[in-house]
Design a protein around this ligand. Structure first.
Ligand code: SF4
Length: 377
């Protein structure tokens, strides 16, 4: 079951599912930020997939020629893949004004790659009612733009159906994460990241089926994973499972994470209740979701991290921040202070997007584990 997810990730972006979708005449849109509401695209009959960069750290000649070097290597890696035609099958691209790197990536994508449909949402940095009103207007504009472009009307019933499909996916991922709370979970952190990567690279309906099968297999297998310390990984966008594997190769087990490709992607369902419309429910969920470091105040994010540390009985946190990722870099001193006030040690690593974890990183992880009192293999 697990190999299914690996196959999707190793063939992405030209996976069988995406090509089949295109061959049947379906439209595929790429999204660039977790503040882009996928349910709206899904309700319009579009397949939303997440644009990510190369699977491993790589030379970024083209990306760096267009995006100045002090943009993060994630943005440059995505752009390079786009410039080299790896995403030429996309019918649309949707971004969010989350940080300068993501914003400029969108501009250059629109200018040089020429994906037919493009839309960017302005994302407020606060959670106030005024911010919700502003974000809701953005969500409405996005839906109207999509309806106009596709010459369709998206009904409440279609939105409710899509909310159901996405919420099912979130519930299944929650079930998978519950297993990671066990003393000896049946899945490693690196394997979990394979599942997560696939979750935004394929039709959700098929992903839900695959994940249900995996959960059934994991319960039946009796398989257990051991580590001499339980770690959480936090920081910038991360998609290479080899990085987690390199940490786990030092004897630890990664049992929790706060990343836009992991818990922050799936943790909060869309809640439709009372008088609110499906679109209002979607809007509220996306702005109130487990926050990115760009949001203010940071306490909401920090509180959630502390909660995760408690729930997953984490001994230490590994922060991996991509160079020039300002949002996470600037957040670090406050996060360190907060974690230390709870007696949770943190290891801060500067990385490039796609890193598999160098020898130097492994040495630092080893020293960190020794400090945690773990027995390193
Ligand atoms: S949040 Fe950081 S890693 Fe993500 S696009 Fe912005 S600068 Fe790059």
């Amino acid at each position: 079951m697990f190999e299914r997810f690996q196959t999707i990730n190793s063939t992405f972006p030209r996976t069988d599912h995406i090509l089949e979708y295109k061959n049947r005449g379906g439209l595929v849109f790429g999204w660039l930020c977790t503040y882009v509401p996928e349910e709206i695209m899904h309700a319009a009959g579009v397949l939303p997939i997440r644009i990510t960069g190369y699977n491993q750290e790589t030379e970024l000649e083209d990306g760096s020629a267009y995006l100045y070097i002090n943009n993060c290597s994630f943005s440059r890696s995505c752009l390079q893949m786009g410039l080299r035609g790896e995403y030429e099958f996309l019918d649309g691209v949707v971004g969010g004004s989350t940080c300068d790197g993501a914003r400029r990536l969108f501009d250059l994508w629109r200018n040089y790659i020429g994906t037919p449909f493009h839309h960017v949402l302005s994302i407020p940095r606060k959670f106030t009612e005024e911010a919700h009103t502003l974000y809701y207007q953005q969500v409405v504009q996005f839906m109207e733009h999509l309806e106009q472009y596709l010459d369709i009307e998206i009904s409440d019933e279609q939105l409710l159906h899509s909310i159901g499909v996405y919420n099912e996916s979130r519930a299944l991922l929650k079930e998978l994460y519950e297993l990671r709370k066990l003393d000896n979970p049946p899945i490693t952190g690196a394997e979990t990241l394979e599942v997560l990567n696939a979750s935004f690279r394929m039709p959700k309906e098929i992903f839900n089926q695959y994940l249900s099968d995996l959960l059934r297999d994991l319960s039946a297998s009796g398989c257990t994973r051991n580590g001499n310390a339980r770690l959480m990984v936090t920081g910038s966008v991360l998609t290479n499972p080899e990085f987690i594997r390199s940490i786990e190769s030092q004897g630890a087990l990664v049992v929790a994470d706060d990343l836009c490709t992991s818990t922050r992607y799936w943790s909060d369902p869309v809640l439709v209740s009372g008088d609110i419309t499906p679109l209002q429910a979607i809007s509220r969920r996306y702005l109130n979701n487990f926050p990115c470091a760009r949001m203010f105040p940071s306490d909401e994010r920090f509180n959630r991290i502390i909660e995760l540390c408690r729930d997953y009985r984490v001994h230490g946190v590994v922060s991996q921040i991509i160079r020039y990722c300002v949002a996470y870099a600037h957040d670090m001193p406050l996060l360190t202070q907060r974690l230390q006030s709870y007696g949770i040690p943190i290891l801060a690593l500067d990385v490039e997007y796609g890193t598999s974890g160098s020898g130097q990183i492994q040495t630092r992880v080893q020293a960190f584990l020794e400090m945690l009192g773990a027995k390193v293999r």
